[in-house]
Design a protein around this ligand. Sequence first.
Ligand code: COA
Length: 218
Amino acid sequence: MTRNRKKPSLQFKPSRDTEYSTKRLSEGTLSDFECLFETHPAPGAYSCWCMYNHRRGSAPEKKGSSRAIQIEGNRREKKALVKQGRSHGILVYARGEPVGWCQYGLSQELPRMDNNPKYCKLVSGHEKARWRIACFLVHKKFRLRGVARTALKAALAAIRDQGGGLVEAFPVRRWAAYQKYRGTVSMFEREGFRIVARLGESNVLMQRTIRSALKDRR
Ligand SMILES: CC(C)(COP(=O)(O)OP(=O)(O)OC[C@H]1O[C@@H](n2cnc3c(N)ncnc32)[C@H](O)[C@@H]1OP(=O)(O)O)[C@@H](O)C(=O)NCCC(=O)NCCS
């Protein structure tokens, strides 16, 4: 458990004019990430600590351990990955308080999809993506106000700064579908992604190539 840290109050009511800012996940912003997850912003988020996509299968603590131990294990592992520079994401802030999150990373850092037989069939023979946009999370009070859209833009800018390349996403086609945390097709279309294939009943595989900012600076 984290102690001596100010919890976000999130007392203010967001309006249409609420402005957002973003920061990248780092050791310096890890406490903001923790603050957001400690507010239990969506069912399952607090227990997951956005570790699901970092693993191909179950967590090592899963077998026979209590839920509390599993949660602490996820939290500890997330912290370690951030310290090693192997966990990336964007935090969205409103009035200085963290209200939203988007996880992105290299495909080897977020290997969960490589365990999906439908996905593996689809990508065999295609160019392998370097990057994945794996998860979104917006605090209940701040939904439907463009927080996820803001996070996605910032994630793409970060990928550009980190060398660019092929980026893939797995959004839902219908809002009613499960896995909304993967984002919606229109969000990605707006950012220049195109649908490559259907991925089961509800999700699609989308891709876009991001040019490296490093090349532009040369
Ligand atoms: C999915 C989620 C990230 C969307 O965040 P958001 O900030 O409300 O989304 P935005 O306002 O930026 O809108 C993004 C798109 O989704 C659509 N959308 C968002 N909420 C919607 C709703 N309730 N019904 C229909 N469409 C919706 C928007 O219309 C928009 O579509 P557009 O691009 O066609 O305009 C948010 O609902 C959420 O965090 N849900 C919980 C996810 C979760 O459980 N994550 C943790 C997993 S452990």
